[in-house]
Ligand binder design. Structure first.
Ligand code: F6R
Length: 366
């Protein structure tokens, strides 16, 4: 059932081009003019009435929510809050009938997330669930459901569920922005076009993993790793760090690069691996200065940049290049090398990749 792969996790990493393609199927207008969600069928008036979006999720799904916040705010100009479900449910959240609560959960069964959903409903909020499991508790309790069509995810570490959640976040932002009139038609077109290219680009990234394997073997025995990035790259850094921690047991921390100076830089010493994401061109120069800061402390820096970026190469020890895409879509590609890095580090260390210690696939207890 692992289809020739050594672990479910690597099989699921390789299933991502198909999973993201299927999650977009039927949801992009033929002429790339916008997004169609038959399952929502929202009106302009409804979207105009939304004053706030509250995203609630746990773990990897929460990281997808962080990307969602960025995209929804940029493309709809509606303020978005993101909470981990175990905090949201106990903090008397300020949601009401003008709030759209978006609940993200691969399994649709995570207890805290389900409780967050119920709390939002109790306060009068409309609830949209984004889940991978048809008929799951979260799908049943929500007012609307958008399914991610990732197929069953078996490995404890979430990979294809995350990238398909990102696809839904992008589709939802374009959909809502279209109805709200906050996205110029050319931007909408560009995004739809960019989305269509992603399966082939993800496939391309998965074709050449030798460099990543080598890094994992080289740095797999280091006990601390840092991930840094700005803007959307910061959200991806958090996910890369979680992947590495949970399956390879390497201590990893993700930092927004601009925060380094406020404490974490004290930990950057000679030989510490730092994974630096630099795909967000509006903060690119800032990111390069942060890379120089860690390099000045003799960290070993692995950069993630766009293919053709000759600048970053000058400051890092190794670069992993990702294909060029729209800036809002980069997380879907940049996370793939990080998933692979975590996977090969865990394999190098002889860890039980699909069933990491102390963790369960579906957390149905508090
Ligand atoms: C990490 C991971 C977990 C889950 C979290 C939420 O790789 O898998 O952090 O993302 O437990 O699970 P779902 O999405 O099923 O609610």
């Amino acid at each position: 059932e692992r289809g020739g792969y050594e672990h479910f996790m690597i099989k699921e990493i390789y299933e991502q081009p198909k999973a993201i393609r299927e999650t977009m199927t039927g949801r992009l207008a033929k002429d790339d003019s916008g997004v169609i969600f038959d399952e929502l069928n929202w009106t302009k008036e409804y979207v105009a009435s939304i004053r706030k979006v509250a995203i609630v999720a746990c773990g990897t799904a929460y990281h997808a929510g962080m990307v969602g916040k960025y995209l929804i705010e940029k493309l709809t100009r509606i303020p978005v809050e993101v909470d981990v479900a175990s905090e949201f449910r106990y903090r008397s959240p300020l949601v009401d009938e003008h709030t759209l609560t978006v609940i993200i959960s691969q399994s649709g069964e995570t207890l805290d997330t389900l409780a967050g959903l119920k709390e939002a409903k109790k306060q009068g909020s409309r609830v949209l669930a984004v889940t991978n499991v048809v008929g799951s508790s979260i799908a049943r309790e929500a007012d609307h459901v958008i399914y991610t069509w990732a197929g069953p995810e078996i490995a404890v570490a979430s990979t294809k569920a995350y990238t398909t959640q990102l696809i839904v976040m992008a589709l939802l932002s374009v959909y809502m922005g279209g109805l709200k009139g906050t996205i110029p038609p050319e931007t909408s077109k560009e995004l739809c076009h960019g989305l269509k290219n992603l399966p082939a680009q993800a496939h391309e990234l998965l074709e050449d993993v030798e460099a990543i394997k080598t890094f994992a073997e080289q740095y797999g025995f280091n006990e601390d790793v840092f991930f840094i990035g700005r803007s959307l790259d910061y959200a991806v850094a958090l996910e890369g760090s979680l992947k590495l921690k949970e399956i390879s047991y390497i201590h990893a921390e993700a930092y927004s690069a601009g925060e380094l100076k406020h404490g974490t830089l004290a930990l950057i010493i000679e030989g510490i691996p730092v994974i630096a994401l630099a795909t967000q061109l509006d903060v690119y120069e800032k990111m390069l200065s942060n890379i120089k800061e860690v390099k000045a402390r003799d960290a070993v820096v692995i950069g993630i940049g766009f293919k053709g970026d000759t600048e970053i190469d000058k400051y890092v020890d190794h670069t992993i290049f990702i294909p060029a895409t729209n800036k809002y879509l980069t997380p879907i590609l940049s996370v793939i090398p990080l998933q692979l890095l975590a996977y090969y580090a865990a394999v190098t260390r002889g860890c039980d990749v699909d069933k990491p210690r102390n963790l369960a696939k579906s957390v149905t207890v508090e």
